[in-house]
Design a protein around this ligand. Sequence first.
Ligand code: SF4
Ligand code: SF4
Length: 422
Amino acid sequence: MYPLLEKYRDDIYKCIRCGACRAVCPTFAAELDETMTARGRMALVEAVLDGKLPLTDRFVEKMSTCIGCMACSADCPSGVPVEEIILAVRAEIARSRGMNPLQKLIARNVLVPGWLLGPLSRIGGLTERVLRPFSFLSPFQWKGMARKFPDISGLPLRDSYPEVVRPKGEVKGRVAFYVGCNINLVYTDIGRSMISLLTRLGIEVVMPSDEVCCGAPLLGLGERETVIDLAAKNLQAFANLDVDAIVLGCPTCGHMLKKYPEMVAEARPELKEEAEAFAAKVMDINDYLLKFTDITSLLANAGLDQLRVTYHDPCHLKRGMGISKEPRSLIGTVPGVTLAEMSAPDRCCGFGGTFSLSHYDLSMKVGEMKAEDIRGTDAELVITSCPGCRMGLEDLLDKSGQEIPVKHVVQLLDEALKGQGR
Ligand code: SF4
Ligand code: SF4
């Protein structure tokens, strides 16, 4: 009845209801509702799989409120792959109920062709500027304050550079930069810092013009078919580039690109080998800089004025890609910078991409704990490694009355090498 879910039957039965996940689940901490822990969600999924529960609206709602932070799986003694199971459930829901027609229209006609996304986002950005004085009418309100959105009316990053950006001096390496929608359209400053850093280190940067969305937002909505089409397009765009690595500044994209072999395995088996080679080259920028460049010796001669920072671990980077020491090691190398750790730096910020659009209240409730944790560090700057987390954190800090900027690690490093202050 539920073929995608059936594959996880043994994994679902592995849940021994120990409750270890309750201690780390941010949605449980926010709502104190057992059905919003991994344990509660797995019990509901098991009931559906065993035919004891139909796909009711309430069940669908409980599945949609999981942020996919993977904190539960990281602490689960039985190794239940909660994120994968929830994604499979959402795919079953989309299959049996059909996807929201507007979402489907956008997915098929905007994301897959790719070229329309830039113009549409600029129009959206300009409209948002015009409507800003009326933000009190926005549907995204938290405690009487409207959500803070970044400006998206500027030129996309990939339109501001040639496809290949060469370093000035000796070429020491060549990478492909998978830019991703967020860095391309929203936080272009992160992308500019990445390119500036890499070329300064002698690395040639290739940004294929045919890159499309990685598919992560659609996978979260259960729309697997379109994700597979996007994967096929990205595999083609990044084929035969002769690069040492495919680097990213967005771990949500990185975590998604690493799933391509599994995504194409059944639907497009002819692409599996290519997807495996592609995924093996995918690297987070922190990891790449430390392993393949001499950034640490360069940083030893650079620096900033005395600056106290704190670092937020993005869920998709720490638990999805296993990277948490690397950004700290880079931050710690910048002379003048002191890293003040939060009590729980890897607690989810609550953003979760489309989750913050569909469940803004819950997203902010989860995020409030993060905002208080940041307050306790007395940091002057919050650093992270994810443009999505940056978006969520900027809104959270605004709502909690903390005037602290949020930057990506690459921005801190780039500024240190350019000798800039804050
Ligand atoms: S920690 Fe794992 S085994 Fe324990 S209740 Fe949660 S999902 Fe089940
Ligand atoms: S992925 Fe995160 S939000 Fe979802 S059940 Fe696990 S801990 Fe809770």
